[in-house]
Design a protein around this ligand. Sequence first.
Ligand code: S6P
Ligand code: ZN
Length: 190
Amino acid sequence: MSDNIRPFVTEVECATGVASPPGNYVRRTLSQVQEIFASREAAERALESGDRVVYEVYNVKVPEAEGHLQHCSSIIQPGKVGYEYHMTKGHYHARPGTAELYIVLQGRGYLLLETLDGETAALRMQPGAMLYIPPFWAHRTVNTGEEPLIFIGVYPGDAGHDYGTIERDGFRLRVLDLGSGPVVVEQKRT
Ligand code: S6P
Ligand code: ZN
């Protein structure tokens, strides 16, 4: 069976991350994701001068089924909310035993990871880096640079997304600028 899907190509502009065709396009503004930042006050203060785009994702339309590969480009805009750099919401996969590969096209930042058992990892992202997210690891990306952080993600067709666990428990690692550039800090969970 071929699912009636023929081979096809999506063009991603390396300098902007814009995909053509755009597929399922997602845009997350600060007002939509303000809860992910450590300082509610800083988020509210930032919003007083207007909303802004934190990140965008161009999801290529692929069946959400075993055997297929979802793929997308993500673009995280530079910026901070208080001491904390712009970042994605972060998630586990709904089928937690599914891995993912990120390939960085532009920009600098960190891929933060954690498991339900409390293991953590922080990997640097820079152009040319291929970052492997093993099964069972939650993942969030952080832009610590002055330019957009642009990367391609590839993962199993039926992986799905679980955002609820991170929304409920938060992420153990955060990346802050306390005056001398990015530092990864671990927050102990009580
Ligand atoms: C999907 C993959 C990425 C993220 C995107 C936005 O499995 O990890 O495409 O969806 O970077 O992050 P988030 O956490 O808002 O989905
Ligand atoms: Zn993912």
